[in-house]
Design a protein around this ligand. Structure first.
Ligand code: UDP
Length: 471
């Protein structure tokens, strides 16, 4: 059961497919909100299922008018409505006997209300926190940060220049290079209108994590071992790394994946005509939004860098649409850039030989997709734990260059980082390191690798699939 957003849906679906390939019958649960979004782009009236992998929708109490939604509103509705809907579904289906009775629940880490249902029905319950280990650690540290009186800071507007944001998280050795400003934005910008209630919510979700039978993370040991050790030391359940899931997930597609956006495939054809590692791919995921002033700064920086680029802009990601593009941007970049209003097959794009850099909002799925393809990054984080991901990618792992928060965007900085990434000495070092990390990622998912072994532990020790199911 994923949280209803693309960055959660993708990894949960990948894990579900892996569990299916190990012999489990899968019921993949959408909430009504996500189902409505799917139907907006789908011609059929329902989401397709196969005999042993089906999609079911349960009631979530979320209003149909999405313009009024905040993250916390959606979370709160689901927390209040979904447990009863989920319980009713599981009990009814067990009584009817048409599908096999549920033997375990795997849900998103931020959907911990499922724990109560699992406990009542005496089922093992795995929480899959879809973020990086460093991001998860950031959330786990919220209570301690508050206890130490480092945050929350009162005023968001002045907060960015507040020297207190430079305080180090030095009491956790694995986080010692991170500053308060690198922690998830729910604690550094708590009064942002979109963050209302999220600080308290995440603290509660972190407390609930201890009730799970196991915690699963989409990362790999070689990348985040010190932080993973710190997480294991602070949580009772075993923490199993099974990432990058896209590396483990080599089983054939068994159904058409439900998608909220139609993919524009034309960009792959354009990439075909470009030279190896020559293109900067720019995409800010499924949630990040920017103002037209920020779009304009970004466009000036991209145009000024002179680089070849593929820029995919989600239609609802800029207030005011593309009107904010500077006059002459299209003419100036004609022939060396492709800008697409829409959604692209990102994993294929990142795997394309022509892509030599990725300007990302530092969402965890995007970063992992970049890591497994060895593509170096320019990081422009926006919300949630993205600043933490950016800090680790550009510091500890040395696979990216930091542009800074989207909210602080300056064209000179954008231009400078792009040049450095695509042509500079630092860029060359980072590219080399990205290829080493790519090797480490693939080692983790090959037989005997840490994530490969952990997946088996999850399947046979935690979720207790009979060994014979493995074929
Ligand atoms: N994605 C995609 N096409 C796009 C943009 C994004 O397929 O044009 C996918 C991307 O591959 C990733 C997910 O959407 O799997 C975005 O997740 P991420 O954690 O990076 O960011 P979020 O959207 O949650 O902020």
């Amino acid at each position: 059961m994923p949280f209803p957003a693309q960055g959660h849906m993708n990894p949960l679906l990948k894990l579900a497919k892996l569990l299916h390939s190990k012999g489990f019958f899968i019921t993949f649960i959408h909430t009504a909100l996500y189902h409505r979004r799917l139907l907006r782009t789908s011609s059929s009236s329902s989401v397709s299922s196969s005999a042993s992998f089906r999609f079911v929708t349960i009631d979530d109490g979320v209003s149909e008018d999405e313009s009024t939604h905040t993250l916390h509103y959606v979370q709160d509705c689901m927390r209040r409505h979904c447990p009863a809907s989920l319980r009713e579904l599981l009990v009814r289906e067990e009584d009817e006997g048409v599908v096999p009775p549920a033997t375990c629940i795997v849900s998103d880490g931020v959907m911990s209300f499922t724990l109560g249902v699992a406990e009542e029905l005496r089922l093992p319950q795995v929480l899959f926190w879809t973020m990086s280990a460093c991001g998860f650690m950031g959330y786990l540290l919220f209570e301690e940060i508050i206890k130490r009186d480092m945050a929350p800071l009162k005023d968001d507007v002045t907060a960015r220049n507040d020297a207190r944001l430079d305080a180090r998280i030095d009491w956790v050795p694995a986080m010692k290079n991170a500053r308060l400003r690198d922690m998830p934005t729910f604690i550094t910008h708590p009064s942002h209108p979109k963050h209302q209630g999220m600080l308290e919510f995440m603290i509660e979700e972190c407390r609930n994590a201890s009730r799970a039978t196991a915690i699963v993370l989409n990362t790999f040991d070689a990348l985040e071992l010190p932080v993973l050790d710190a997480i294991s030391a602070s949580l009772a359940p075993p923490v199993l790394t099974v990432g990058p899931l896209m590396g483990l997930n080599n089983n054939k597609l068994i159904f058409e994946e439900p998608k909220v956006w139609q993919e524009e495939m034309g960009c792959l054809k354009w990439l075909e005509a470009q030279q190896d590692s020559s293109v900067l791919y720019i995409n800010f995921g499924s949630i990040a939004v920017m103002t037209s002033a920020q779009l304009s700064e970004l466009a000036f920086g991209i145009a000024g860098s002179g680089c070849r680029f593929l820029w995919v802009v989600r239609p609802d990601s800029v207030d005011g649409g593309l009107d904010g593009l500077p006059a002459g941007f299209v003419e100036e970049t004609m022939g060396r850039g492709l800008m697409i209003m829409g959604w692209c097959p990102q994993e294929e794009v990142l795997g394309h030989r022509a892509v030599g850099g990725f300007m990302t909002h530092s969402g965890w799925n995007s970063m992992l997709e970049s890591v497994i393809e060895g593509v170096p990054m320019a990081c422009l984080p926006s919300v949630a734990e993205q600043p933490t991901n950016s800090r680790f990618a550009c510091g500890e792992w040395a696979v990216g260059l930091e542009i800074g928060l989207i909210g602080d965007l300056k064209r000179e900085r954008v231009e400078g980082v792009i040049r450095e990434l695509m042509e500079g000495e630092k860029g060359r070092e980072i590219r080399k390191r990205a290829l080493e990390v790519k090797e480490e990622a693939w080692r983790a998912v090959k037989p005997g690798g840490s994530s490969y072994v952990n997946l088996d532990k999850l399947v046979y020790d935690v979720l207790k699939a009979p060994m014979t199911l493995n074929g």
